[in-house]
Design a protein around this ligand. Structure first.
Ligand code: GLA
Length: 362
């Protein structure tokens, strides 16, 4: 029997950073880098996992899945979370291949999780609502792998829409597509650096946000208004105050940005992207000099509307929104500026939004 093949894309986030786990808004788009998985059933209740990107191969009983501190934790975590949610699985052989840059903040892990989830659910004959599927993948990463991420990456890898970003309300998972017209490009610049153990710094930021929300008597910072915040911000410790200021400001910015994009006011949208970057740099302290340089160089190019770091930060990528006609000048000047500062060139990907995860029919 020939295998079935599923694929799930990576993502870039246009605005709304570090807001998802605070119940706020995010505005990601799926991009044309994919993790694909070929899956075949096997008799025993075990998973046989291999990947074109990694040399090791794993055979793990579905009844004994435990983290191994390897790439296999993502698919094993998905299997674990599916079964925990009541979806009994059957054994399968899963072979992965991916061109999502790893560790660049473009959600290679969500693409791996979502492709696995589709493969395992289909193999066992379960038709799982897509929002539920995103939650299950998030649970895999948060509880099995141990990175306490929000829902954004898994959600967009499933719900991405060609030529659109998605405005997602992370409190209730309502979402709507926002068009990105044909003449615009999303250009991703990969700093190719990773400065900190992302997981622990990320989890610390999360804790600060919870502390701030608790101070205001709320579960989520989403429910603290800018007015409530400014009336009592002086009572917070400086660090918690800075983190909360970013999140509350960023949630408001993302709502305004969605309207700007919807009405074609790209200048306004771009200004909000720069403001988001500043807030992430100064208050959330998740940028770094390489990302700042990329944003600074992008800002100098005619036809670029906005630019900012994207994803968790501490290295990784920036996203720049521009007219298609600005791309050649951007590709000339941004790598040159980066190289003269750091002695090496960034990765550059010129993207348009694509559809979310699906079966590949040959
Ligand atoms: C990572 C997480 C997301 C989100 C971003 C920051 O990508 O996986 O859930 O929190 O960082 O916006």
């Amino acid at each position: 029997m020939s295998p079935r093949v599923f694929r799930a894309p990576g993502r870039v986030n246009l605005i709304g950073e570090h807001t998802d786990y605070n119940g706020g808004f995010v505005m990601p788009a799926a991009i044309g880098f994919y993790t694909s998985v070929a899956v075949r059933p096997i008799e025993e209740r075990k998973l046989v996992l291999s990947s074109a990107q990694f040399p090791d191969r794993f055979e793990v009983s579905l009844d004994e899945a435990a983290p191994r501190k390897s790439w296999c934790d993502y698919p094993l975590g998905v299997a674990w979370a599916l079964e925990k949610s009541g979806y009994r699985l059957r054994g399968g052989e899963l072979t992965f291949a991916s061109d999502v840059p790893i560790g660049a903040g473009l959600s290679s892990s969500a693409a791996l999780e979502v492709s696995t989830a589709l493969a395992l659910a289909t193999l066992a004959g379960h038709d799982i609502p897509t929002r539920r599927l995103a939650e299950i993948c998030q649970q895999a990463e948060s509880e099995f792998v141990g990175m306490k991420c929000g829902i954004m990456d898994q959600f967009i890898s499933i719900h991405g829409r060609e030529n659109h970003a998605i405005l997602l309300d992370c409190r209730n998972l309502d979402y709507r597509p926002v068009p990105i017209p044909d003449r615009l490009r999303l250009v991703i610049s990969n700093s190719k650096v990773k400065h900190e153990l992302t997981g622990s710094a990320y989890n610390h930021r999360r804790r600060d946000c919870e502390t701030a929300a608790e101070f205001f008597g709320k579960t989520l910072l989403r429910d603290v208004t800018p007015a409530q915040f400014s009336s009592r911000e002086n009572e917070l410790t400086p660090q918690v105050r800075m983190r909360a200021r970013h999140v509350i400001g960023e949630i408001a910015r993302t709502g305004i940005a969605a309207s700007a994009l919807q009405t074609g006011d790209y200048r306004k949208f771009g200004e909000l992207m720069y403001a988001s970057h500043e807030s992430l740099r100064v208050d959330y302290e998740v940028s770094c000099e390489e990302l700042d340089k990329l944003v600074d160089a992008a800002q100098k190019v005619e036809g670029v509307y906005g630019s900012r770091m994207t994803g968790a930060g501490f290295g990784g990528c920036t996203i720049s929104l521009m007219e298609e006609t600005a791309v050649p000048a951007f590709l000339d000047s941004v790598p040159a500026a980066y190289e003269s500062a750091f002695g090496r060139r960034p990765g550059l990907y010129v993207c348009r939004p694509v559809d979310g995860a699906h079966e590949v029919i040959s």
